[in-house]
Design a protein around this ligand. Structure first.
Ligand SMILES: Cc1ncc(C[n+]2csc(CCOP(=O)(O)OP(=O)(O)O)c2C)c(N)n1
Ligand SMILES: [Mg+2]
Length: 340
């Protein structure tokens, strides 16, 4: 059982400086923290030999949760990338489902254990399944945007990738087509400094991903992706504009990958220790907590209670998921052919 049902109801009054209500701020912290604690437990399971592969969003929780909260659940589409656990949680994924996905269990709603972990997808929640080939989801989002425009459906598609992926042809084709046809698509790039071991300056000849919008005469914005509130404040107006026929947006969230690329990577071979230490001081989850506590939004006891609730949710979800059935060998053929 998740503990969401026992959560304290907060005021829906908007806190002016944040453009968010007390309830939304609590949800923001809860989802960021849940993403972080899930990723930590996932890595522990990997090191115990119980999970084959982990690719995490640690350091990118604010970039993900702040942006996803700017969308309309049940209406808007998400075409995420592999690090987007935080976005999926905002879109309704539970801790149990996240663990089923990690462990490739039969009942994983993303792919019934058939895809690699972190290849998200959920039809009811309007989360589009993805390929391992980076940046392909941007073209899927463009297609959904075109369909929405043709049907005059007031929906927005938000699609994500890393900055390294913006050097692929798919990125440029998607931006070009979306800009020509003024499609309701938000291209949301989480610039975490690296594409595996490749640093920003070796990935692209411009200092910012957002600079690339100019070539497509597209609206763009840059935001501190370590600050969930700033992210929401930037993405929300872009979503509103896209919904009202204002065309696509390229948004670059400057963040940092605090962990190695994946559970198989040794980042000490390419990343300076000092750099990691400096970015660790800007940890998006702990800095959010400090800010809302210092600003007097939530007392310490309330924040501690959220921490405890999340810890229990992750513990319960892990134990439950480990006991769930694996797929049968013949399940591998399901959803491939119309009939076996
Ligand atoms: C077309 C393609 N080339 C290479 C890879 C291998 N690969 C997987 S993730 C990745 C790094 C992508 O970097 P970035 O877009 O910055 O995202 P990040 O992992 O940093 O979040 C690469 C090269 C791939 N999946 N697809
Ligand atoms: Mg990157």
């Amino acid at each position: 059982m998740t503990t969401a049902g026992t959560r304290k109801k907060r005021s829906e009054r908007t806190i002016d400086e944040y453009l968010l209500s007390e309830q939304q701020l609590e949800d923001m912290y809860y989802h960021m923290l849940l993403a972080r604690r899930l990723n930590e437990r996932m890595l522990a399971l990997n090191r115990q030999g119980r999970a084959a592969f982990v690719i995490a969003g640690v350091g990118q929780e604010a970039a993900q949760v702040g942006a996803a909260m700017a969308l309309k659940l049940g209406t808007d589409y998400l075409a995420p990338y592999y690090r987007d656990l935080g976005m999926n949680l905002v879109f309704g994924m539970t801790a149990r489902e996240a663990m089923l996905n990690l462990l490739a269990k039969r009942d994983d709603p993303n792919s019934y254990g058939r895809q690699m972990p972190s290849h998200w997808g959920n039809t009811e929640r309007r989360i589009v399944t993805q390929s391992s080939v980076v940046a392909t989801q941007l073209l899927h989002a463009t297609g959904i945007g075109l369909g929405a425009k043709m049907r005059k459906d007031p929906l927005v598609v938000l699609t994500c990738c890393g900055e390294g992926s913006t050097s692929r042809g798919d990125f440029h084709e998607a931006l070009n087509f979306s800009a020509i046809h003024r499609l309701p698509v938000i291209f949301y790039v989480q610039n975490n400094g690296y594409a595996i071991s490749m640093r920003n300056e070796k990935e692209m000849p411009v200092p910012n991903v957002a600079d690339r919008a100019r070539a497509y005469n597209m609206n763009s914005a840059m935001v501190d992706g370590m600050d969930a509130i700033a992210v929401y404040q930037t993405v929300r107006p872009a979503v509103d504009q896209a919904r009202n026929g204002g065309g696509p947006f390229l948004i670059e969230a400057k963040c940092y990958r605090l962990w190695p690329h994946s559970s198989d990577d040794d980042d000490s071979r390419y990343r300076p220790k000092k750099e990691l230490e400096e970015w660790t001081k800007k940890d998006p989850v702990s800095s959010f907590r400090t800010r809302v506590e210092t600003d007097g939004i939530f007392p310490k006891a309330d924040l501690d209670e959220i921490e405890e609730r999340v810890a229990e949710e992750v513990r319960e979800a892990t134990q439950w998921a480990l006991m769930q059935p694996d797929p049968e060998p013949e399940d591998a053929l399901g959803y491939v052919y119309k009939e076996l």
